[in-house]
Design a protein. Structure first.
Lengths: 280, 147
């Protein structure tokens, strides 16, 4: 509640909108954001190549190919839309994207794309219904470990992309510099952080929210819980063969530079989850 | 003056709240540095958000959201897109104590029956699939015909 005294003070401030910047002057806009954010560390200098302009989003939407999306979306160089930052901030609504997809394709061909839009709506519904679940374990871990077995803080080598696992360091570099990551790369990082390094999913989720332009507490945190196993039946893990299968030529998937991820699923399962029954 | 709060979950002028608020309501965006600091947004996130707001060509104010909304509305109505974000909801709930606050949700992708089991996505999807795969204009026609 605003008291009368507060009211008078506010009126004395003679509230004024910020002066409008010239369109297309990105440097001036960055300076403005810096001036408005004195608490940001000096070392935080990265600006994404993704611009927050609706015509950029419309450009991505014009390239939408729902059928190709459905068949290639799990590949890091697949036909994904890169519209998620615009959806996150409501610049575009999911119904607009659905309608565009159905104009271009029949429902069957567009289904995978629309199902991914439905994931967002699902997370949003849960967020509204159970806001407390966003930072708390929805269910117990199914890893054989208790929450107390996981570190609270994100290790510095992860935060800085110096894990020594080449493909993951590449993904971290991309996250820190562009504010965007393919969904599969997000899963690899989440699986690594939760299960290889045994760090609480909350630490990874908070880190993603700092950097991802599409960082949304519902989609992000509940996806982390899915990978951690606190909102799924089993933990998400992967091996180097899987990264190689879904990566393009730009990702370093050599065994000698990614040893922590190398091995069969059975061997990794035994190593990461020693308290669980061995996988047959 | 009635105000439309264009908050960070709906940085758009294409939302049903605008029809409800009418042409005389003033849309504004509020740059709340303390909120961004609390959320630990990096510079690139802040730049992206500012760009989205700047792109709309509406006034951008810097400061506390509740104070600015209350001052500009000055007793008139405050309109806002619905959001599941607890912080946005709290700002609106606090304002509601002294002013008329109206929210409208964006159109949903899917219509699901009440009490649908949402403990896992595919249980939700099985109930949502049919309406999610139906274009908006067909849903609208069915709604109109049924009313």
């Amino acid at each position: 509640m605003v008291s009368l005294l507060d009211r008078v003070t506010l009126e004395k401030m003679r509230l004024r909108a910020l002066p409008r910047l010239a369109v297309c002057d990105r440097q001036a806009l960055v300076r403005r954001v810096r001036e408005l954010s004195p608490g940001l560390p000096e070392s935080d200098t990265a600006i994404s190549n993704i611009k927050g302009e609706r015509n950029q989003a419309q450009g991505h939407l014009a390239k939408l190919n729902p059928a190709k999306y459905g068949s290639t979306r799990n590949h890091l160089d697949g036909a994904v839309t890169r519209l998620s930052p615009f959806i996150r901030h409501g610049v575009m609504n999911v119904t607009e994207l659905r309608d565009q997809a159905l104009e271009q394709s029949d429902a069957k061909s567009a289904e995978k794309f629309i199902q991914q839009l439905a994931w967002r709506e699902y997370w949003q519904r849960l967020y509204q219904e159970y806001p407390q679940r966003i930072w708390q374990d929805v269910e117990p871990y199914k890893t054989g470990f208790a929450p107390g077995d996981y570190q609270d803080e994100l290790p510095i080598d992860i935060a800085e992309g110096r894990t020594g696992v080449a493909c993951l360091d590449g993904f971290i570099h991309e996250l820190l510099t562009t504010g965007y990551l393919h969904n599969h790369a997000r899963l690899y990082l989440a699986g690594y952080i939760c299960h290889w390094r045994r760090v609480k999913w909350q630490a990874g989720a908070a880190w993603f929210l700092t950097h991802l332009l599409d960082g949304d507490p519902a989609s992000n945190n509940l996806s982390w819980q899915w990978a951690a196993s606190t909102f799924s039946h089993k933990p998400y893990y992967f091996n180097l063969d899987n990264v190689a299968k879904f990566s393009g030529d730009n990702v370093d998937t050599r065994i000698e530079t990614n040893q922590a991820l190398a091995g069969t699923y059975e061997a990794l399962y035994a190593r990461l989850f020693p308290k669980l029954e061995p996988k047959s | 003056m009635s105000v439309i709060w264009v908050h960070e979950d709906a940085i758009t002028l294409d939302h049903p709240i605008f029809q409800l608020a009418g042409p005389d309501a003033q849309p504004i965006f509020i740059w709340d540095t303390q909120e961004h600091d609390r959320r630990r947004y990096s510079l690139k996130r802040r730049v992206f958000i500012y760009e989205c707001a700047h792109d709309l060509d509406i006034p951008i104010y810097a400061g506390n959201s509740a104070e600015i909304l209350s001052t500009i509305a000055d007793g008139d109505s405050i309109f806002a897109a619905g959001s599941p974000d607890p912080d946005i909801r709290q700002v609106l709930a606090d304002l509601r104590e002294n002013q008329k606050v109206i929210t409208v949700d964006a159109p949903r992708l899917a219509q699901i029956p009440p009490n649908t089991d949402t403990r896992r996505f595919f249980r939700f999807w099985n109930r949502a699939r049919k309406s999610a795969l139906t274009p908006s204009f067909e849903t609208l026609m069915n709604t109109t015909q049924g009313s």
